[in-house]
Design a protein around this ligand. Sequence first.
Ligand code: AGP
Length: 615
Amino acid sequence: MCGIVGYIGHREAYPIIIEGLKRLEYRGYDSAGIALFDGTDLKVSKTKGKVADLENISEKEITKTGNVGIGHTRWATHGVPNDVNSHPHTSNSGDLVIIHNGIIENYESLKQELIARGYTFKSDTDTEVLINLIEDVKKQEDVKLGKAVQIALNQVIGAYAITVFDKNKPEEIVVARLGSPLAVGIGEDEFFIASDASPFIEYTKDAIYLEDEEMAIIRFHKGIKIRKIKDDSLVDPYIQKLQLNLEEIEKGGYDHFMLKEIHEQPKAITDTYRGRLLRDQAIIKMAGVEDNMKKFLNANRIIIVACGTSWHAGLVAEYIFEDLARIPVEVEYASEFRYRNPVIREDDVLIAISQSGETADTLAAIKLAKSKGAFVFGVCNVVGSSIARETDAGAYTHAGPEIGVASTKAFTTQITVLTLMALRLSRAKGTITSSEYRRHLLELEMIPGKVEKALESDAHIRYIADIYKDASNCLYLGRGYNFPVALEGALKLKEISYIHAEGYPAAEMKHGPIALIDENMPIVVIATKKGHYEKVVSNIQEIKSRKGKIIGIVTEGDEQVKELADHVIEVPETLESLSPLLTTIPLQLLSYYIAVMLDKNVDQPRNLAKSVTVE
Ligand code: AGP
């Protein structure tokens, strides 16, 4: 995915676009570019690298004045990240300019047709094909830019969010979306365009989120017109009041967003259950579940689809739904599910989990399940996201913006929402006793305080990070509820430190990974008191006899593992089903400090983007 920013109004566009791109850099950061109309001509500056690199080169390359402009931060799909492939792209005449997020799947055939008509191409991108297609339509059909964009998009197969303008008509910007998000901020006689609202939050709280297959023509002094791309029908704009604050998208004194977001977890978890967990009345209130209780109670099974960290949260949910609510659960990678002709029945309930609400594979899995008549429930963080809109009902995690590419608070708040759901359903089904249910409510309410306590191991974790930062491989082991935590711990380490790491069910170690263990191999073992403690202790003994280095994640006061392990990190005691909310915390910090010590870009790891809006 990529980040898109645009501006048309009475202010200087350059600083708005550059600052906006910095806020969207989490979406992709292998190259960046800007196009400005400076009053007489179109100026384009673009480069491989970060927005800071763009700032440096644009200083020399362009005059930074002008009230109309578009900017882009890229996560490459077509063509390697280099200066030429960076956006914006101009048409052959040099009149039209575009930035694009998404993939044009039929770009190769469109390109051949354009080449046959005399067009030439400088880059390897699908985007350059699209802007020339728009130019070709505009000339052939003798239509205005908006119409040309519409006709061209009707020939395109794929996904896009685009922003286009014509240097001969710089009082107008045309935008469109299919499968990639696009928001328009409405100011006083000025408009902001962005992939999410963060670039314009200090200028306006009024925003329109384009729906799929919609385009908008935005004219300075004249306003905005939204149309359906397919049939040209006019759409009534729905202006939303944004709840986002500037502080929420700033680092607030932390060195990295990831560290800030790790420390935000006590508050984020509280925000997730606030108004839902009413312990005094022994009630869980979740409108999306309540309104669809019959669907859940009559469900043949629950299918959970997600990717990455969200998939790990889904695995934790599998344990808790089956354990407490006795509903069969299957957890699927969205990318596999959508392409393997799965059996889906009308009495299946599909739960889609996604922080961003924009992950392309998860969105496609939802559409597939809906087409087969299943009821689809979303667990998302980003309000108004594509997945939140596409699902039949849902529950937001209310974690606040997560900007670090490595998910942290998204994971723990997803588990919180799914735990609330499992508890509510187990109560409705009568699969949990009243005292067990109340115990869970009480323990869940105490989790934020216990996360706070787990965060106090910060200095000790930094000490351990320093010892193991040069390891080439690392194993993470856990059983039961903490098996998914082992997977998540390994993912955190590899994505930000580039150290190879594997998560495994502890007992599975004997079926292969044990061969890797020697005196150079650090092994993180989650060995909390509840659950399969004795079994995990046996696994630790097996590692010890092969001289592996053991980092145990243990319950406060544990002595047995302390004896065996090289290091232990303590977390407060809680119910086994809630333990992932605590055992995850030291693993997040361990990865963070190792990556910092290795001088890696923690918030923007190489090759990654915050949400993957292409399949
Ligand atoms: C993990 O740290 C990553 N951010 C990644 O695995 C992520 O969880 C995955 O891409 C799914 O994203 P989503 O939750 O926004 O759908």
